[in-house]
Design a protein. Structure first.
Length: 86
C-alpha cells in the first residue's frame, strides 16, 4: 500500500492537541485496511521521523485514527507546526 493512501489527514481535536504537548503523540486519520506496521512505515516514509509506537482506534463515525508516539522529545509539536495544526 502506498504511503499516501495509508495516512489520510491529521486528526485535530482538543484531546489530540493535549497529546501533542504532554505525550509527544500526534494523531492521524488512516486507511481502515492499514495495520499498525503499515502505518508506522508510511509515517516514517512521509515525515522522516522515528516512531516509538502506534495505537489505533475506530471512531463512531467509522474512521480509523492512529495515535503515533514519536521517539524524539518535542518532535510532535514541531511536526504539528510544519503541518499547520497549530
Amino acid at each position: 500500500m502506498d504511503s499516501y493512501s495509508v495516512i489520510i489527514k491529521p486528526h485535530v481535536t482538543e484531546t489530540t492537541m493535549n497529546l501533542i504537548d504532554l505525550n509527544n503523540e500526534i494523531a492521524f486519520v488512516v486507511n481502515r485496511k492499514a495495520n499498525k506496521r503499515q502505518i508506522k512505515f508510511a509515517f516514517e516514509d512521509l515525515y522522516e521521523e522515528k516512531v516509538a509506537r502506534v495505537n489505533t482506534h475506530i471512531t463512531t463515525k467509522g474512521q480509523k485514527v492512529a495515535y503515533i508516539k514519536l521517539v524524539e522529545e518535542e518532535m510532535a509539536e514541531e511536526l504539528a507546526v510544519r503541518l499547520g495544526v497549530f
